[in-house]
Design a protein around this ligand. Structure first.
Ligand SMILES: Nc1ncnc2c1ncn2[C@@H]1O[C@H](COP(=O)(O)OP(=O)(O)OP(=O)(O)O)[C@@H](O)[C@H]1O
Length: 198
């Protein structure tokens, strides 16, 4: 991981989030250290994606604060891969920035090898999610923020996600995931977001 030597950590204190004219949640506290995980649950519209964006630093909280130690990567529906490029070109753009080593082993792991010459815009939903997971792994970020990581994946690909998270945590990483589908994460905290709704 990029922050090797620094223990990863994330702490949210008294977090509140407002979207438009709606206050979604308030008074949310969360503390995770190296190897920890948290599963965020809640009905549609309670603010799970918004919370992950606040934790990533992409959305300003309405109240409270977030402190992070280590680098952060968000996996959501926004692939951030140029739709006009081939998958190889689009992923290479990020690997150069991240100085990723051994991308081909990860492409193989995510069954992307045969898709590398396909334009990103032609990828199916599950193929796009697998590309997103490859980007996540190769980013070597300390803190993984996963928004519906199982969505669109077939059964075989879904089965890869728990071991990936386990491996990340074993290496001192942190994982915070929002999922409507059951996502097994050993000894994970659960954050039921509706408890902080107004
Ligand atoms: N940019 C925005 N401006 C205004 N309101 C927004 C914006 N983005 C999201 N919202 C609203 O914020 C609320 C929470 O959305 P969010 O996507 O965080 O919920 P969620 O819990 O992840 O939902 P789901 O389970 O459906 O994925 C929704 O009512 C949504 O309409």
């Amino acid at each position: 991981m990029q922050g090797a030597g620094i223990a990863a950590a994330i702490e949210a204190k008294g977090l509140a989030c407002r979207r438009g004219d709606r206050l979604l949640f308030r008074g949310l506290n969360l503390t995770l250290g190296a190897g920890d995980a948290c599963l965020v649950t809640g009905p549609n519209g309670t603010g799970k994606s918004s919370l992950l964006r606040v934790l990533a630093g992409l959305l300003r909280p309405y109240g409270g604060s977030v402190e992070r130690k280590g680098s952060c990567a968000l996996l959501d529906e926004n692939l951030a891969l140029d739709p006009e490029c081939s998958l190889r070109e689009a992923l290479t753009f990020w690997h150069r920035l991240d100085c990723a080593e051994q991308p081909h082993a990860v492409y193989e792991q995510m069954s992307l090898t045969s898709l590398l010459d396909v334009p990103v815009r032609y990828l199916s939903t599950g193929q796009r999610k697998r590309a997103g997971l490859a980007r996540l792994i190769l980013s070597e970020a300390d803190i993984w923020l996963l928004d519906e990581p199982l969505n669109g994946l077939d059964t075989e690909a879904q089965a890869l996600v728990t071991p990936l998270v386990d491996e990340h945590r074993s290496a001192g990483g942190i994982c915070i995931a929002a999922s409507h589908q059951p996502l097994a994460m050993n000894n994970a905290q659960t954050l039921a977001l509706e408890e902080f709704a107004l």
